[in-house]
Design a protein around this ligand. Structure first.
Ligand code: KG4
Ligand code: ZN
Length: 331
């Protein structure tokens, strides 16, 4: 079964072709980061317009790279939500039109299910059940994954998501948007013992997170150093990253203990963070990550999740719909 996957929930247009026998055939991505960077954040209207410009050329590109034709596609998967409504509508309308023209079924995929399953695209893929730490720009969740569509939420953030905290702190340090990866690179040069930031909720006894106080603590530190030189910026970045990573690792370990699962999947943009990977790899957990190119938003995870859904007998979409807000646990 050959599935075309389309991701357009935020600021990346991703398209991929996944074959249920041969695996991922090809994928293509256009990131809008440079376009939104000027404004310090994603501008929804610009995002939608850019998805419109990119989605068909990227689709042609993956077909050409895979030496397949449109007529060979057996089904189409698109990101149905959550995300920016206008951006989601671009992927949804292209998927619905292609499905109509080709007389092939179309399925709407939950963006977070795509992230959760993305490590299964790796050579070293985890088997079910596993624990998942989902750390993206919009989410910080600990999830028990029993199988496809069987997700139990164990912990969640009470305020900012991990990626959001990285981005806001990066902005304070003048690193542009989204600054998670740049902050992480700067932190490599930082002195770990110069500053210490709080580890919010580390001993709260539950599996929830809170990062808005950490960002405020970073702001206070920035304000108390008006001459913010390069080394001080690196030291603050280091203190911030050490704090957030320590909380994420501690809660992941707690969740593993509580749920009696040693297998941990880390997915979403922040799973690209090298300090987080270092710390988790030196823990006793059996940790799995997506390939680096599939940590942030991409079409491959949507094609893959769609393929699994089709194989499991999920019914195709009857109408053309997106869900800007969509809870995975009531999906
Ligand atoms: O999963 P994703 O592409 O989008 C959402 O679905 O939200 O995640 C994007 C987030 C951004 O906040 C970005 O700064 C963060 O992932 N990110 C990182 C790194 N690479 C991306 N955060 C920390 N360290 C990184 N290396
Ligand atoms: Zn995402």
């Amino acid at each position: 079964m050959l599935i075309l996957g389309i991701e357009s929930s935020c600021d990346e247009t991703g398209v991929a072709l996944y074959d249920t026998e041969e695996g991922l055939l090809s994928h293509a991505l256009h990131s809008q980061i440079a376009m939104h960077g000027e404004y310090g954040g994603v501008v929804p209207e610009l995002a939608s317009r850019d998805h419109i410009r990119r989605v068909l050329p990227l689709s042609r590109e993956v077909l050409a790279k895979s030496k397949r034709t449109l007529q060979q596609i057996d089904g189409i998967a698109y990101t149905k939500g959550p995300g920016l409504a206008g951006a989601l509508l671009v992927g949804a309308s292209v998927a619905a039109s292609l499905g109509y023209a080709l007389k092939k079924p179309v399925i709407g995929v939950h963006h977070l299910e795509g992230h959760l399953l993305s490590p299964l695209l790796s050579k070293r893929a985890p088997g079910f059940p596993f624990l998942a730490l989902l750390v993206s720009g919009g989410h910080t969740q600990l999830v028990r994954v029993e199988g496809l569509g069987q997700y139990e939420l164990l912990g969640d953030t009470l305020d900012d998501a991990a990626g959001e905290a990285f981005d806001k702190t990066a902005k304070l340090l003048g690193l542009g948007y989204p600054g998670g990866a740049a902050l992480s690179r700067l932190a490599e040069k930082g002195n770990p013992s110069r500053f210490r930031l709080p580890r919010p909720m580390i001993n709260s006894g539950d599996l929830d997170f809170s990062f808005s106080g950490l960002k405020t603590a970073a702001l206070t530190l920035v304000k108390s150093h008006p001459d913010l030189d390069e080394q001080t910026r690196a030291d603050i970045a280091r203190a911030f990253q050490d704090a957030i990573v320590e909380v994420l690792v501690k809660k992941a370990k707690d969740a593993a203990k509580r749920s009696n699962l040693e297998r941990l999947v880390v997915a979403g943009g922040v799973s690209a963070n090298s300090e987080l990977r270092r710390r988790l790899d030196s823990s006793r957990l059996d940790v799995y990550y997506p390939e680096l190119e599939f940590c942030t938003d991409n079409g491959a995870m949507i094609a893959y999740a769609g393929a699994l859904r089709f194989l499991s007998g999920a019914l195709p979409e009857k109408d053309f719909a997106v869900r800007a807000r969509w809870d995975l646990f009531s999906a």
